[in-house]
Design a protein around this ligand. Structure first.
Ligand code: MG
Length: 228
């Protein structure tokens, strides 16, 4: 018997392979836009500034307009690159969308649960990318509700993000809702903040380095079928 009515899915690195797409988008940025030879060192440098920008955003210290700007500002200044930061951001996002792919078994999972549960996407991301990515990968029709942090001004794990999501869902008991995602800091902490159960999608079977405890954990996305 099913335990939950609603499944709230994270998108990046849960249903889509964001890491691979981001890596390729950065290679494209180097080769097609910057005329620089790609190196993992350069990519690590970008990731350092990108991660810091997203953390600042998720802590409500900056808005997404600032995020779009400062992640490439930090990267360019550290690597002696003189370019328009917002243009680089737009180019990267375009290539990110172009290179987006699904995780293995995503469609099998969604085909199954869409017959038994109500589905939502809850994603921290930029508005010019997330819905386009869902469309391009053929995912949009599976979801009754799509919540993109950049469109509403709040991000996971903020309670306001979940307040907005629940307003969209209509009346439902919290015990009938479960959050599924790969990020302990945004997905699982967000579910805890709001009093919801959660599944930590831990594909790489990492040791949980935090005291953030999910209700369930799985490394194979199809295992979710036995949990919900
Ligand atoms: Mg994610």
């Amino acid at each position: 018997m099913k335990k939950y009515e609603w499944l709230l899915f994270d998108l990046d690195n849960t249903l889509t392979d964001f890491d691979t797409a981001s890596h390729q988008a950065f290679i494209d940025l180097c080769e097609l836009r910057l005329s620089r030879v790609f190196s993992e060192e350069l990519y690590l440098s970008y990731k350092k500034y990108n991660t810091a920008a997203w953390e600042a955003f998720e802590n409500n210290e900056i808005d997404t307009d600032t995020l779009r700007y400062i992640r490439f500002q930090g990267f360019c200044q550290a690597n002696n690159i003189e370019e328009d930061y917002l243009e680089l951001n737009a180019f990267y996002l375009d290539r990110l969308n172009h290179n987006a792919t699904l995780k293995k078994n995503t469609i099998d999972l969604l085909e199954a649960v869409s017959k038994t549960h109500r589905l939502a996407i809850i994603t921290n991301g930029l508005k010019e990318n997330q819905r386009r990515c869902l469309d391009r990968l053929g995912l949009t029709a599976y979801f009754e509700i799509i919540v993109v942090s950049d469109e509403i001004g709040y991000s996971k794990p903020d309670i306001s993000f979940f307040d907005y999501t629940f307003e969209q869902m209509g009346p439902v008991d919290k015990s009938k809702v479960i959050v599924i995602g790969d990020s302990l800091r945004s997905d699982i902490q967000g579910s805890i903040n709001y009093g919801l159960d959660s599944i930590w999608y831990n594909e790489k079977k990492l040791i949980n380095p935090s005291d953030i405890k999910p209700t369930f954990e799985c490394s194979d996305i199809l295992d979710i079928l036995t949990m919900v």
